[in-house]
Design a protein around this ligand. Structure first.
Ligand code: GLC
Length: 369
């Protein structure tokens, strides 16, 4: 079972949008203000993303998360492993992007040079290769580094010394980046899933910038996704300082209305009660408002933004899940925001792994015209 995760799912507020616009007015969120007294002034504030980033996000098509497979403490611990048949089925259904959550922290030496277990590295590489060979865009991330967020560890996890924690995060990315450096440009890296807790906006902005510099040594051009803190909530986008690099995308997660999507969710401390339907006018407005906020951020900063997770727990009734899923997809598509549904075959699953087939109503809500 997953450990308890304290959720902070704030709604996008007018105040945060004002802060965002103010931040962009002084440099698009860049953290490198020019110093007029210096002979070598800091580089100009970034002007947004490259043509490659915009073209890629336009090509990513409908996406799905291969969740609960490689991000448990060990692959299979939560009942699923990546199977070639899943990759083939996802492509045949019409998905064109797979986001692959991976827990690296549990598969590396605790001390410098933080060597990743070669067997695990080879397994992740073989999965990524199979997805790329199928034709997918693949978003490879780092997921559930519990200690980095200050969360309780999962069973089977180990802690590292506080002084190694962030150098190890960078060291893991250095190894991942080198290993995948020669892969297709359809492979994207996402630095970290849902930063929160111990990671404040300030500390995360600094860690993300350092990590990106390390990734750039071996992958000067590869597209990299960065999430804001507060679990990737759009209300925190205004605090995200995009490093001065044009091959970047931002990413956010959208689980509003949370009382609907997470009803009966066993992995959170106080799950909302089961029985909430979707979607009335207020719920539809919650769905729209996070996506509107993400689009406004993208327009102001010039970076594409990817909706890396949305979905509803199977404790909700199917008709409501279908209505919710269609509403989120429609709102995102209307604003050219690419997305990945959470997730393929576990508790939010669009695919029934026991029957070996897609759940037709949910699949249609995601993929039918
Ligand atoms: C986040 C968590 C994942 C959870 C999902 C839905 O991605 O990392 O574990 O299942 O949100 O709550």
């Amino acid at each position: 079972m997953k450990s308890l995760v304290t959720r902070l799912r704030a709604f996008a507020t007018a105040a945060s949008l004002v802060a965002l616009l103010a931040l962009s007015a002084c440099g698009g969120g860049s953290d490198s203000p020019a110093d007029p007294t210096s002979a070598n002034p800091a580089p100009p504030a970034t002007t947004g993303a490259s043509a490659l980033a915009w073209q890629t996000v336009g090509r990513m098509g409908p996406g799905v998360n291969f969740g609960n497979m490689m991000e448990p403490p060990q692959e299979g611990d939560w009942g699923l492993k990546v199977e070639q048949s899943y990759i083939t089925a996802a492509w045949q259904a019409g998905f064109r992007t797979i986001r692959l959550p991976v827990r690296w922290s549990n598969h590396a030496e605790p001390a410098f040079p933080y060597t990743i277990d070669p067997v695990f590295m080879a397994r992740v590489e073989s999965v990524v290769d199979a997805m790329l060979a199928q034709g997918f865009h693949v978003v490879l991330n780092m997921h559930h580094h519990r200690q980095l967020d200050g969360d309780p560890l999962d069973p089977g996890e180990f802690a590292v010394s506080e002084s190694d924690l962030e150098p190890r995060f960078v060291g893991l990315w250095s190894q991942i980046a080198r290993r995948f450096a020669l892969k297709s440009e359809r492979l994207l890296f996402e630095l970290y899933n849902e930063p929160h807790g111990r990671l404040t906006a300030q500390s995360w902005n600094a860690l993300a910038a350092t990590t990106l510099q390390t990734v750039r040594i071996s992958n000067p051009q590869r597209l990299v996704l960065i999430s804001p803190v507060s679990y990737g909530n759009t209300s925190a986008l205004g605090t995200l300082a995009m490093p001065n690099d044009r091959n970047l995308l931002a990413t956010f997660h959208h689980y509003e209305p949370f009382t609907f999507t997470h009803q009966g969710a066993t992995w959170i401390p106080t799950p909302p009660p089961v029985g909430t339907p979707c979607c009335n006018a207020e719920q539809l407005s919650q769905i729209e408002s996070a996506i509107t906020h993400a689009k406004a951020w993208s327009d102001v900063t010039g970076y594409p933004i990817f909706m890396g997770e949305f979905g509803a727990n199977s404790m909700a009734d199917m008709a409501s899940r279908v209505a919710y899923t269609r509403a989120v997809r429609t709102a995102a598509n209307a604003r050219q925001i690419a997305w990945a549904y959470w997730e393929f075959a576990a508790v939010f699953g669009v695919y029934d792994p026991v029957a070996g087939q897609f759940r037709p109503e949910l699949t249609a809500a995601l993929l039918a015209p």
